[in-house]
Design a protein around this ligand. Structure first.
Ligand code: NAD
Ligand code: ZN
Ligand code: ZN
Length: 350
């Protein structure tokens, strides 16, 4: 079968032929209906190098996946061939306390996982192929009625990651508050929708691209602000001088972290999701009093159940451009160039 693979660090992915996977005991092979292209894959291709992570190339890209059960390994119960499923992407050991709670992102025994600190498309063959081996049936969630694999795929990361970040700050998003979403791409456009669907906060969206700001407005943002030197003053003015209760940074560059620190209100949250590698000096007087600065990583399996529910009910609706497997590399080229709106999803059967 065809697969889009990263063959070494600091290289572009290549479409090659690989063997079809066969499920071992407890494993499942999924026929991919959709595999989202995440900006993290651009970081994998261009920024990462050997030694940074306990895994590396070669592997098939694609860590946000959904499709249909294709083949069941011995002993797998509760799933049927042909059933539509989403793949929960972060794979832990399955047995530690965090994994038993479904928080496999924070597995405490990663050496016992299929790939330590990784998953399908992250050190292990992912979904940019016709078929994908999922090493444990617990990583599959049946799709709720009303959700197809193409829409479900981005929800497993571009939806789940902002959902986890927003959920963590729910208590600070009461009526009368403001959330700022920086970077309205794959994750950010869903972040805007998730804040609107699950809280009563006002949403201010920030991006450098005009198209992204238009998308933010379509997604329900109350205000769309161009990223740049005026942004802090504009956001402060829009909040009566108070600033934002929660800032979600889906870029993570020096400039966006400085913007976040410039607009966050005392007692607020500044959450860094983007991994552009920027830094922010933190000391007692460098940020407003009692601001919490945090990173978040992906999300838990129970949270994915909640995100899929929001998707099935149309409360969160990814804006998707589809690409065939032959065009998959092009999805990344377009993302790099800033030409995509929302998420690119590779559809192998197209
Ligand atoms: P994307 O390319 O789809 O979107 C990024 C958006 O940020 C674009 O709209 C771009 O125009 C905008 N942007 C770039 N520079 C900006 C600036 N200075 N000010 C305002 N906006 C700016 O990317 P994505 O797939 O949504 O991923 C976003 C980031 O989140 C990436 O760094 C990715 O690696 C990271 N990520 C983190 C996690 C996690 O668990 N922490 C999970 C998934 C992705
Ligand atoms: Zn991702
Ligand atoms: Zn574990």
């Amino acid at each position: 079968m065809k697969a889009l693979r990263l063959l070494e660090w600091k290289s572009e992915p290549v479409l090659t032929e690989v063997d079809e996977p066969v499920p071992g005991p407890g494993q499942v092979v999924v026929r991919i209906g959709g595999a989202g292209a995440c900006h993290s894959d651009l970081h994998l291709m261009h920024d990462f190098e050997g030694g940074l992570l306990p895994w590396g190339p070669p592997f098939t890209l694609g860590h946000e996946n959904a499709g249909w059960v294709h083949a069941l390994g011995d002993g797998v119960t509760g799933l049927e061939v042909g059933q539509p499923v989403a793949v929960y992407g972060p794979w832990g050991c399955g047995a530690c306390e965090r994994c038993r709670l479904g928080i496999e992102t924070l597995c405490e025994n990663p050496a016992a996982a299929a790939v330590p600190m990784g998953g399908g498309g992250l050190g292990f063959d992912g979904g940019m192929a016709e078929l994908m081996l999922v090493p444990a049936a617990r990583q599959l969630l049946p799709l709720p009625e009303g959700l197809d694999p193409v829409s479900a795929a981005p929800l497993t990361d571009a939806g789940l990651t902002p959902y986890h970040a927003v959920r963590r700050s729910w208590s600070k998003l009461a009526p009368g508050t403001t959330a700022v979403v920086i970077g309205v791409g794959g994750l950010g456009h869903l972040a805007v929708q998730i804040v609107k669907a699950t809280t009563a906060a006002r949403v201010v969206a920030v991006d450098t691209r005009k198209d992204a700001l238009t998308l933010a407005t379509h997604c329900g943002a109350d205000l769309a602000v161009a990223s740049g030197p005026e942004a802090v003053a504009e956001i402060r003015a829009a909040t009566g001088g108070r600033g934002a209760d929660v800032v979600l940074d889906f870029v993570g560059a020096d400039a966006t972290l400085a913007l976040g620190a410039g607009v966050v209100r005392p007692l607020g949250d500044l959450t860094i999701v983007g991994i552009a590698g920027g830094t922010l000096p933190v000391s007692f007087f460098s940020v407003p009093y009692e601001v919490s600065i945090q990173t978040t990583y992906w999300g838990s399996r129970p949270e994915l159940v909640e995100v899929l529910d929001l998707g099935a009910r149309g409360l969160v609706h990814p804006k998707i451009t589809t690409f065939s497997l032959d065009e998959a590399a092009d999805a990344y080229t377009q993302m790099q160039a800033g030409h995509l709106e929302g998420r690119a999803v590779v559809v192998p059967g197209r």
